[in-house]
Ligand binder design. Structure first.
Ligand SMILES: [Zn+2]
Length: 179
């Protein structure tokens, strides 16, 4: 290796080591494929945040439409380990299967994948480092952030606000989409 290339490689390694692994998340998200929902059910509702006020609790509204975060350990969904579906608390679009839920120890409901095409991601610069934020593709409600310290098979941790979700146990009908 030529000396200059060696130094470049060394510097590159040092820079990468200082950026958290979340840096690369946006390009690299993998989803859970099992739920087939007609494509038009995922169309954006394009509603103003204010339209949803009063349709969910005030705390849930602040998470969904003002990107607030609930306190760690506060959600009853942390301990929810039944089979079923987690739907968006605002528009009821199914977002996660219980098959992808796991105990991350963080105090927030955590999943290793979301249903494909049911979430949108964007980079959020509110923290010191950029993070991958995700929201419901239909109502735009903010759900949480994706990190790279999840379990197999994706290695992702979808860290979700419990108040932004509603759990529907297996055997119970999913609520009709609203909005
Ligand atoms: Zn939604």
């Amino acid at each position: 290796m030529r000396r200059r290339n060696f130094i470049t490689a060394l510097l590159g390694g040092a820079v990468m080591a200082h950026f958290p692994a979340t840096w690369a998340s946006t390009r690299d998200v993998r989803y859970f494929h099992d739920m087939a929902v007609p494509g038009d059910q995922r169309d954006s509702l394009a509603r103003e945040a204010g339209w949803w006020r009063g349709k969910v609790s005030e705390d849930a509204w602040r998470i969904l439409f003002e990107e607030a975060t609930e306190p760690a350990g506060s959600s009853p969904l942390n301990g929810e380990d039944r089979k079923g579906t987690f739907v968006c608390a605002a528009c009821y679009l199914p977002l996660f299967s219980s098959d992808t839920k796991y105990e991350s120890g963080t105090g927030w409901p955590s999943f290793w994948a979301a249903y494909e095409k049911h979430m949108d991601t964007k980079t959020d610069y509110k923290a010191f480092w950029p993070r991958t934020e995700y929201h419901c593709v239909r109502c735009g409600g903010h759900q949480g952030h994706i990190f790279d310290d999840g379990p197999d098979p994706t290695g992702k941790r979808w860290c979700n606000n419990g108040l932004a979700l509603r759990f529907v146990p297996e055997g119970e009908a999913l609520p009709a989409l609203r909005g």
